[in-house]
Write a new protein. Structure first.
Length: 259
């Protein structure tokens, strides 16, 4: 446990010892804040116009702040994470390989699992800080409006699982190469593929369409955004995370086999 904690502490500090974490978190908050402002401003404008136009009021009555602001907010954040998470994970193993310290690290009296979990959880810690800073948005909505709290809670649970899935795949991509740019590009490409693959489900046959829908990250994220927690969705994300951590572990072990 002590060795794992030391690895976790070292990796976590390294994020803030360089501009990486500050730049990624800042850009993430700028983009998330921009989309939140646009959604809220549009909802406010439509609501104001409805008070002046009785016909429009009947249509606006079907809308609410949860559907118009909360759900789009979490949807936009999840898309932004597609861009930002690979920037957090690209250095985790690529930097070690390029500097030559990966061989030294793997010869220490630590297990590959301790190294992997230390890096994974340190990245998760940065991710949680990044997501926690967006809590100001629902707080503002609750203070000045009446959003449903259920979708807000499930939305953050969904973001946590989606983020952990993104990080696990990003770490796998980082373990494949010593070039950080390549690692980030591979991670983004694979994440985008898993995110959009359900769009092809309607073009495939029934069986293949069901398979494509199931392995898509989007299909399992939508329930959380709607305020629904489905055990199947949770199991999917846990399997996704475990799979890519397992593959990364195999990459680390193959490094030892090759000497």
């Amino acid at each position: 446990m002590r060795i794992f904690y030391l690895i976790f502490k070292k990796e976590f500090k390294s994020y803030f010892a360089s501009p990486v974490a500050y730049v990624v978190i800042t850009m993430f908050l700028i983009l998330a804040g921009y989309f939140f402002y646009n959604s809220l401003a549009l909802f406010s404008t439509i609501s104001f116009q409805a008070t002046m136009n009785p016909m429009l009021a009947k249509q606006v009555g079907l809308l609410n702040i949860t559907e118009s602001v909360v759900r789009p907010l979490f949807g936009n954040i999840s898309v932004i994470l597609l861009l930002m998470v690979p920037l957090l994970t690209m250095r985790l193993f690529s930097e070690e390989k390029k500097s030559g310290t990966i061989e030294l690290l793997l010869t220490y009296p630590v297990t590959d699992m301790q190294v992997l979990l230390g890096k994974f959880l340190s990245c998760m810690a940065v991710f949680v800080i990044m997501i926690a800073l967006t809590a100001i948005y629902p707080v503002l909505l609750i203070a000045f409006g009446q959003p449903e709290t259920g979708p807000i809670i499930t939305g953050y649970i969904g973001l946590f699982l989606v983020g952990a899935s993104f990080i696990s795949l990003g770490i796998f991509a980082s373990s494949l190469t010593e070039n950080q740019i390549i690692a980030a590009t591979v991670a983004f490409g694979l994440l985008l593929l898993f995110w959009m693959i359900s769009f092809s489900a309607s073009l495939a046959g029934q069986t293949m369409g069901d398979i494509l829908s199931y392995i898509s990250l989007t299909a399992h994220w939508e329930g959380f955004a709607k305020g629904v927690i489905d055990t199947e969705d949770i199991v999917y994300y846990l399997i996704f995370i475990s799979l890519f951590l397992f593959l990364t572990l195999r990459i680390l072990e193959s490094k030892k086999w090759r000497g």
